[in-house]
Design a protein around this ligand. Structure first.
Ligand code: SF4
Length: 415
């Protein structure tokens, strides 16, 4: 398949936005990185967000917590560093399983004033054997999925140097089941692949000029840049959502690694057949339906491509917090001509456009869903797209089903 770049009109908005902050990423990152701990340095609001987004874990020792700065700390009357030292010492003393500790910054001004990178270096020297890193999940600096980008960027500096041959690095936190499926596909093609992050933050793949990496998520701009600064080369590809996206993603890697057409076809034939059958189940329900994306997860452009090309949906507006023209080039080339793209947000104006268009389905954050539902608009929460396995051939049917469900719910309520 040859993709031609196309120039689509982009509405750029810089007004009030309704997007989760980067702390949300802790919810899926702590599930992936099984030997890491995320210590959020924040306020009660941050603790509430994490607790309600992740749910209460009653079955295991949690792998995240919030060091809540009290009024006294926030007003600068206490030594926050001393307080953090005390908390970290207690935590690591009780939990020898923690091999990597992330200090995650947040919004309060006293936290912003803290030099968390310095604190992390100091704590790393005190607690030998534990890698202590820091990044910001603050809502002032990051949206929803940028927390993962910041976390992975902090890990890039820890990757060992690649000497000589290096495996393909698949970049982006994937559920274990998806990682295993992709690992089998790469193995069938004879490609040695490593996943970043894998299940252990302590075991990182090597990186160097021989490294080729492919992004599995469209929101990893800073991570990609950090990898490139270490000499690695990005394999340009669309993202592995839906049958077509997965095929093109794998094909781009296969081409880079010189896999023969026969070997590629034999590796993907069976999962493609299953994927096509699963997608047929949702096609009639979604075909012709009009969909509107509010900017939230940065998954909007690849999902819009999948829904329009594989399921026949009509794109009313595709909003995204950031439009990375280079990383999204293959995706943009596959969108229908004339697709209305919006980058950034001016939430009131966007709500006006949405209400005027009366789409069949709106993809948005939780904060906008309730008011829109009250107006009779059917919504899909974008956060579910991060909490569910949606990549690859085997998940294509489930991904389509996520968009069918709210339409079915609406129909059943109307009966
Ligand atoms: S927006 Fe800021 S204060 Fe609110 S939860 Fe996120 S980091 Fe904490």
């Amino acid at each position: 398949m040859t993709l031609q770049a196309q120039s689509l009109p982009v509405l750029r908005e810089r007004g009030q936005r309704e997007v989760f902050c980067g702390l949300t990423g802790v919810v899926w990152l702590h599930r992936k990185l099984q030997d890491a701990f995320f210590l959020i340095v924040g306020s009660r609001t941050c603790a509430h967000l994490l607790q309600s987004a992740a749910g209460v874990m009653i079955f295991a020792e949690p792998r995240f917590a919030t060091a809540i700065l009290q009024e006294r700390d926030l007003s600068g009357h206490a030594d926050v560093d001393e307080e953090l030292d005390r908390i970290v010492k207690k935590l690591l003393g009780r939990r020898p399983d923690i091999k990597t500790l992330f200090l995650v910054g947040s919004c309060p001004s006293e936290v912003i004033k803290l030099d968390l990178a310095r604190t992390a270096r100091r704590l790393g020297e005190v607690h030998r054997g534990v890698r202590v890193l820091s990044y910001s999940g603050s809502g002032i600096e990051t949206t929803f999925t940028q927390g993962e980008d910041a976390c992975l960027e902090s890990l890039v500096s820890q990757m060992p140097a690649a000497n000589g041959r290096a495996p393909l690095v698949v970049v982006g936190a994937l559920p274990d089941v998806v990682e295993d499926q992709f690992a089998r596909l790469f193995e069938a093609m004879g490609i040695e692949a490593a996943f970043f992050p894998g299940r252990s933050a302590a075991a990182l793949p090597p990186c160097g000029p021989a490294t080729k990496f492919v992004l599995a998520q469209p929101f990893l701009t800073q991570t990609a840049r950090a990898l490139e600064l270490r000499g690695a080369t990005r394999v340009a590809a669309p993202f592995p959502f839906g049958l077509e996206g997965t095929r093109e993603w794998l094909a781009a890697v296969a081409k880079t690694f010189g896999v023969s057409a026969d070997r590629f076809r034999s590796a993907v034939a069976a999962p493609e057949a299953r994927s096509a059958a699963a997608l047929r189940r949702s096609h009639d329900r979604l075909s012709g339906k009009r969909i509107f994306f509010f900017p939230d997860s940065q998954l909007e452009v690849p999902l819009a491509r999948f829904l329009s090309r594989e399921l026949g949906m009509q794109l009313v507006e595709v909003g995204t917090p950031y439009l990375h023209q280079e990383h999204l080039a293959a995706e943009l080339a596959m969108l229908p001509a004339g697709t209305r793209l919006a980058e950034g947000q001016d939430v009131d104006r966007q709500l006006d456009r949405c209400r005027a268009e009366r789409p069949d389905l709106v993809v948005c954050g939780l904060g906008l869903a309730n008011p829109l539902e009250r107006d009779g608009v059917t919504t899909k929460w974008s956060i579910e797209l991060l909490f569910s396995p949606i990549h690859g051939y085997e998940q294509a049917g489930d991904l389509a089903e996520l968009f069918v469900r709210p339409l079915n719910r609406k129909s059943s309520l109307e009966v």
